[in-house]
Design a binder for this molecule. Structure first.
Ligand SMILES: Nc1ncnc2c1ncn2[C@@H]1O[C@H](COP(=O)(O)OP(=O)(O)OP(=O)(O)O)[C@@H](O)[C@H]1O
Length: 763
């Protein structure tokens, strides 16, 4: 069911009145910016030499810079709505809150995320929530260009259409706009089913399932902004992580949160979540699938165990012109004792090394005693002395042990048996050796699957390696005793420094600055030290990106259907609170290790403790294109239903054989038709290079394989060789469904031999 825009011309008087109000809001915004700029400049001028002055300066500069960035980000579309209530009250809704500080602090503009702004998104004629009229105010720069009114009375309810859209005219205007290659925010036209998801409670796992174009990405990002606004205390320090499928996609959505005034969110792919590793390599489809399986946990566990060796017969170690020997049984006992600690490999190593050093020290002491007495005439025993009493005392033995512990040869011998390992070294060794792989995998992987994993040791890391490295980091652990001692020492110093500052703050009568007094009032020294460090150096998102053990306050995953079982394990580690929003569409799964069931994905981590919400309206793809795509969806699973398109474009999709067309000419035509908007040619990966060479070089034209186009949209799309896309993978129909649903206006399909069955009759 689609709708078409119908608007009464706005009365000039109404426009002028709204222009006056909007201008007042911009003046207020300017004044706030100037004030923040002034405060920032004066804070920067303070060249404090005392710790107290430095602290003041750091706090102030961060606060005012953040505020300035936020005030600049809301310049476009500052105010976009107005609510008139039956009781006579009027509220303006916009990107941030502005208050009348000279009067009685009345809100001039309500932040869209404030509870009082909710009727703007939820009120309907059938359930008006006291709202008489909802007005969408459309602006261009600072100029009011159009008003769209909805009167919410029961007469309007009778005329309601079945999609239940709010602010139809404004919505359709937003949907008709040309695509630029960067996603925009939808804050002015969020629909009720989306609003309910955006404002769903923070805790627990929320799964949002929705077909293509239903606004899953838009909703996920607005939810991040909403959560940060509503639960700022809880989330600001731990941060929010947004995970996307690839870096093209992250670039595509990169502007949405800043345009909503939020900069403290880490956007990342799973492949970027292991600090120090850049996953620039590519796996074959089969290798990626095998690496993503949950069974890899057992394979890796055994691969670690395989690195804890005992000698075949006897351990022989050179030490001071001598060779010390420890039998295999003693080595086995040492290994069993170390394993029994259940500590990660690198931490359990200490136990193993200690045991063997004890054994070696005993051998060395025994040798020394024999040596001492060699050639010495027998001395009669004193009374009470026995012949086998140790000659070396505890101090001597300790010295011998210390010497052994610092002997490079001894250490090298022990390292042979139980090496200190990094995740990188272990995984590199494992994947480079068919023998190691066979030993670790046992019968968990077939020979062919193991062969798919083998690669040369110098290969680049791939995204599917990253969750394996993360798993290994857990299995291996880090023996960071020394770093920890150093960190504790630094923390003690910082605490002492903070205590000093707080003391000064308490004493200093002249400190009228509200900010600093508040800091002194509510923080103890420890928290203050922590916060100072956090503020003066990095944002939460930046710190999180550098720290593998960082845990986030909330994690949002887009295109969540693509993640493998191993990816999920990594993400769950980053979010022990399980406060997560997962958005995706199981009909669009392309990755071989991806999922077709949310249950399967979540059961190992949260059982059935997750809640499902669905999005049902497609805002992107016109009805004509969706009709074509629905046939392909039926091939994925006949039980699945395509979402209802919100509009018709009046342009039928078409199909033609490759032999009869020039792709270059077609692409040029599409670029012209897009009229400044974007065009994509989507094809099987095998044709990418040839097509990139053939097609015009234009920044508005993208030539992509289907997995690269996931989540993106373009005004015009040409799908090339659909039958090859289907044949290229077991999830080929899903891929074709994704390809067909990327267009906002025009779609053409160019097939190689004959039209695919579900597409026959189209175009
Ligand atoms: N309420 C809305 N107002 C205006 N535009 C909207 C609204 N909801 C969604 N859109 C637009 O619809 C398009 C599709 O949204 P989005 O990319 O979030 O969908 P999706 O469900 O993530 O799609 P896919 O599954 O294909 O990745 C975007 O251009 C988005 O801006």
């Amino acid at each position: 069911m689609s709708v078409s825009p119908q608007r009464e011309p706005d009365s000039a008087r109404d426009l002028a009145a709204e222009q006056d109000y909007v201008s007042l809001l911009y003046r207020k915004l300017d004044a706030e910016r100037e004030a923040a700029q002034r405060r920032l400049s004066s804070a920067l001028e303070q060249v404090g030499s005392t710790p107290q002055a430095r602290t003041e300066r750091d706090v102030a500069t961060t606060t005012y810079s953040d505020r300035l960035a936020q005030l600049s980000s809301v310049e476009q579309g500052l105010c976009f709505g107005r609510l008139d209530f039956h009781e006579g009250e009027t509220l303006y809704v916009g990107r941030l809150g502005l208050f009348d500080e000279d009067g009685d602090y009345e809100p001039l503009l309500l932040d869209w995320r404030a509870p009082a702004a909710r009727p703007f998104y939820l009120a309907t004629a059938a359930s008006p929530e006291g709202v008489r009229r909802r007005r969408h105010i459309r602006t261009l720069s600072r100029r009011v260009v159009a008003l769209d009114d909805e009167v919410l009375d029961l007469r309007a309810a009778d005329q309601g259409h079945d999609l239940g859209l709010a602010g139809e005219a404004a919505l359709l205007a937003a949907l008709e706009r040309r695509r630029t290659g960067e996603m925009g925010d939808i804050v002015a036209t969020i629909q009720a089913e989306q609003d309910r998801i955006i404002r769903d409670e923070l805790g627990g796992v929320l799964v949002v399932q929705g077909g293509p174009g239903t606004g899953k990405t838009a909703v996920a990002l607005h939810r991040a902004a909403y959560l940060l606004y509503t639960y700022r205390q809880q989330l600001a320090t731990r941060g929010v992580l947004v995970v996307g499928p690839n870096s093209t996609f992250l670039r595509y959505i990169g502007q949405v949160l800043p345009s909503l005034g939020e900069t403290g969110v880490l956007l990342s792919t799973v492949g970027q979540l292991f600090p120090g590793v850049r996953a620039t390599g590519e796996d074959t489809r089969e290798a990626a699938e095998v690496k993503g399986r949950a069974v890899m946990v057992d394979v890796l566990t055994d691969a670690v165990a395989d690195r804890q060796r005992v000698p075949d017969e006897v351990l022989r170690v050179e030490f001071e012109d001598d060779v010390l020997e420890v039998d295999r049984e003693t080595c086995e006992r040492a290994r069993a004792k170390a394993r029994a600690t259940r500590r990660p490999h690198n931490l359990a190593r200490r136990v193993f090394v200690d045991q063997l050093l004890d054994a070696l020290a005993e051998r060395a002491a025994g040798r020394l005693e024999v040596d001492l007495f060699e050639g010495v005439p027998e001395i009669p025993l004193d009374e009470g002395e026995t012949a086998d009493a140790p000659v070396l005392d505890a101090g001597d033995r300790a010295d011998i042990r210390a010497e052994l512990a610092s002997s490079p040869k001894v250490l090298a011998a022990l390292d042979e048996l139980w090496p200190k390992l990094t995740p990188q070294r272990l995984l590199r060794d494992l994947l480079a050796s068919p023998e190691r792989l066979a030993s670790a995998a046992g019968d968990r992987l077939t020979e062919a699957e193991r062969a798919a994993l083998v690669r040369p040791p110098k290969s680049r890391w791939t995204p599917a390696d990253v969750p394996l490295l993360d798993e290994l980091a857990e299995l291996l652990g880090e023996d960071d005793t020394e770093e920890r001692a150093e960190r504790e020492r630094r923390e003690r110093e910082e605490r002492a420094y903070a205590e000093g500052v707080l003391h000064i703050l308490e004493q200093d009568d002249e400190l009228a600055d509200e900010e600093i007094l508040r800091v002194g009032d509510i923080l103890d020294a420890e928290l203050f030290a922590e916060r100072q460090q956090a503020r003066s150096e990095l944002t939460a998102a930046e710190r999180a990106a550098r720290d593998r053990k960082w845990t986030f306050g909330h994690v949002i995953v887009d295109e969540a259907q693509e993640l493998s079982a191993m990816d999920w394990r990594l993400l769950m580690r980053r979010c022990p609170s399980r406060s997560m929003t997962l958005v995706g569409d199981v009909a669009q799964t392309g990755a071989a290790a991806g999922t077709s069931s949310w249950d399967d994905v979540l059961a190992p981590h949260v059982g059935d403790r997750w809640r499902l919400r669905e999005l049902t309206v497609n805002y992107r793809t016109p009805a004509e294109i969706m009709e074509l795509a629905a046939g392909v969806l039926a091939k994925v699973d006949p039980a699945l239903r395509a979402p209802a398109s919100v509009r018709e474009s009046g342009i039928e999709p078409w199909q033609r054989p490759l032999a009869e067309v020039s792709l270059r000419t077609l692409a040029e035509e599409e670029l012209r038709a897009a009229d400044g908007g974007t065009v994509a040619v989507l094809c099987p990966a095998a044709r990418l290079a040839a097509l990139r060479a053939e097609l015009p070089d234009d920044e508005r034209l993208s030539v992509l394989a289907v997995d690269e186009a996931k989540g993106l949209e373009f005004d015009g799309v040409l799908v090339v060789a659909p039958e090859e896309i289907v044949a290229a993978s077991p999830r080929g129909w899903n891929d074709l469904y994704v390809a067909l649903t990327r267009a906002t206006r025009r779609l053409g399909v160019v097939y190689t031999e004959r039209a695919l069955e579900p597409l026959v009759g189209a175009g």
